[in-house]
Structures are given as C-alpha cells and as structure tokens.
Ligand binder design. Sequence first.
Ligand SMILES: Nc1nc2c(ncn2[C@@H]2O[C@H](COP(=O)(O)OP(=O)(O)OP(=O)(O)O)[C@@H](O)[C@H]2O)c(=O)[nH]1
Ligand SMILES: [Mg+2]
Length: 363
Amino acid sequence: MAAIAASLWSDFFVAISGWGKDRATQAEGRAVQARALAASLQERTEAERAAHAAEERAERAQKHLEEQEQIIVEDARRAEEARLTIEQLQQLAAEAGRRAEEARLAVERKWFEGVCPECRPSDEDITRMKAQYNYSPGFVHIAVVGSAGAGKSSFINAVRGLSNRDPGAAPAGIVETTATVTRYADPHQDSRMVWYDVPGSGTPNVSDWQYFNDKGLYIFDCIIVLTDSRVLESDLAILRTCEQFKNIDAFIVRSKSDQHVNNMVCERMPQGFDPSDPDMDAETRAHFLLTKLEERQRFIDETSQNVQMHLERGNLVPKKAYVVCMDAMAATVRKIRSSKAIDEADLLSDVRGCVLRRLQSGC
Ligand SMILES: Nc1nc2c(ncn2[C@@H]2O[C@H](COP(=O)(O)OP(=O)(O)OP(=O)(O)O)[C@@H](O)[C@H]2O)c(=O)[nH]1
Ligand SMILES: [Mg+2]
C-alpha cells in the first residue's frame, strides 16, 4: 500500500514536474513571443516616429516652397509694376521731348517768316543740316566764314588757344586748305562753344541766299564774317541773310591786322627799311615806332569807316568792325598781353556775352 502510494506520489510528482516543465516552456515561449512583439512594437513605433518626422519635414519643405513661390510671384509683380512705371516715364519724356521739338520748330518757323519764301529752309532741310553738322542742343554753334585765305582756320585755332602748328589745329596756309565745313570743339573747360570752319564764300555769281542755304548757315547760332583786305559783296550777302533770319548773331571781323599795319608802316619808311634790322640806330627806331603807332590808328579808323560805308550802302544795320590778328587773339585767349592786340579782348567778350544770352534763353 505504501509502495503503491509511493509509486502514485512518484507518478504524481513526475506528472507534476512534467506539467511544470511544459508550463515553464510555454511561459518561456510566450515570453519570447512577448519580447518579439515588444521588439516589433518598438520598431513600428520608431518607424512611425520616423515617418511622422519625415511627414513634418515634407510639410515644412512644402510650406517653404509655397512661401518662396509667393515671394517670386510678389517680386514678379513688383518688377512688372516697375517696368510699367519706367514705360510711363519714358512715354512722358518722349512726349515732353516731342513737345519741346515742336515748340522749337514753331519758334524757328516764326524766325524764318520774314525770310523770302524761295530761300526759306524747310523743316527737313533744318533737321538734315543739323544732323550733318552734329548740332548739339545746349551748345552755341559759331560758324567762321569769309573768302579763301581770309584767315578763318588761323582765327579758329587762335580762339581755341592754339597756334597753326599745334597738334589738333585746323590746317592753315597760303594755298587753299579748307575744302569742307569742319567742326572744332572748344577746348576750354565747361565751354559751350563749338566752332565751324566754313570755306567757299566769295564765289562770284552766287545769289545772296544761295551760298547761305547751300552751306546750311541758317542752323548756326552765331556767324563771324572774317574779311582780309576789303569787305566783299559776298561778306555783305551773308550779313544781309543773317539779318533776315533774325535768330543769328552776326559779327564782322577784319583779320591779319599785324600784317596790314606792318605793310602800311613799311610804305611810309625809307626804301629798303628792315623792321627786324638789329643794327637799327636809335633815331630810325624812334621814327619807326611813332610811324607804327600812327599807322595802327589809321588802320583801325579806316577799317571802321570802310565797314560802316559798306553796311550803309548795302542797307544793313550798322555794326562794330573788330580788328584782330591771330597772334594777339591766341595771346588774349591765354590771358597774355600782346603789343599787337587791338579788338581781340572786345570780340571775345562780345562773343561770350552772346553765347551766355543764347544759353540763358535756351538757345
Ligand atoms: N600775319 C598774319 N597772317 C595770318 C593771320 N591769319 C592768317 N594768316 C595767314 O594767312 C594765310 C591763310 O590763313 P588760313 O587760316 O589758312 O586762311 P583760311 O581762310 O582758312 O583759308 P582757306 O581755308 O584756304 O579758305 C596763312 O598763311 C596764315 O598764316 C594773321 O592774323 N596775321
Ligand atoms: Mg582754312
């Protein structure tokens, strides 16, 4: 009985311990499953977190993109606005320019009303000649005219402070040198003067206005008529046409005064007299200097009388005749005193006054 009981107990214990092992194995299995589950849950959580973070980043990127797009749209809008404003301003400026040009042409037309119809230039002629001579608004355009060899190129060189041999000087000489109208800028700082060397006046059988029109002299603000020995009919013709055009300031200038005075002095001195003789005695020198002073004054008086007589005969308005020479003009421009100077300073001052007046009145 006891043995049976022991055996039963033993079987019971075996059974129990077997059952216990099974339970333990099962529990272990569940624990493994639970760990695997926990691991997979953690992975999923991390994946979800990562996915969430990625979503957030994508959202932020999208938002940033949208903001950038807005900025670009706004910039484009502003650029378009600016373009329209510039276009409007350009239109206004073009309109103002057109009106100014119309007003200027109207004034010019009025100026030309007094001019006889056959010599009145058309608007196209004026525009064409201005383009040809490089006419620049805001500058005063001064033409120097006169017969061949009157000293036009030398005069322009002198008023620009140059001698005929300086680089950039207009070619000058005893043979005819200037064949076409040539433009020379004034080298002085802030100068608003532009000089034009205009050859070819004095051609016979050309009517008063034909030379004037052919050369487009009507576009100039100021014309200096340079005469050498005598006042020619062609010089008077230019002055007459300037009077008709009304808007052109004209000056009459006698050139080469030094040469003329020297010739007059030599005519009065004994034959064979040489003014540059270094051995000249004191008495001859005194006589020479006195004669020079007298002849200089005679030349000034005779020039003035002669010019006034020609102006009067030609029914032209009386004008001062300026007496100059190139050396004294170049010296005056450089503010150097010259013993040869006569009217150079007066002429420069009057031309500058005329330039100032024209600039103040808008040319
Ligand atoms: N003594 C003296 N000679 C001058 C004076 N002006 C010009 N000459 C001389 O006169 C000659 C003619 O001068 P230009 O300046 O070439 O005369 P131009 O009117 O331009 O001549 P073209 O272009 O041929 O019509 C040159 O030999 C100059 O040296 C002056 O004031 N005094
Ligand atoms: Mg010349």
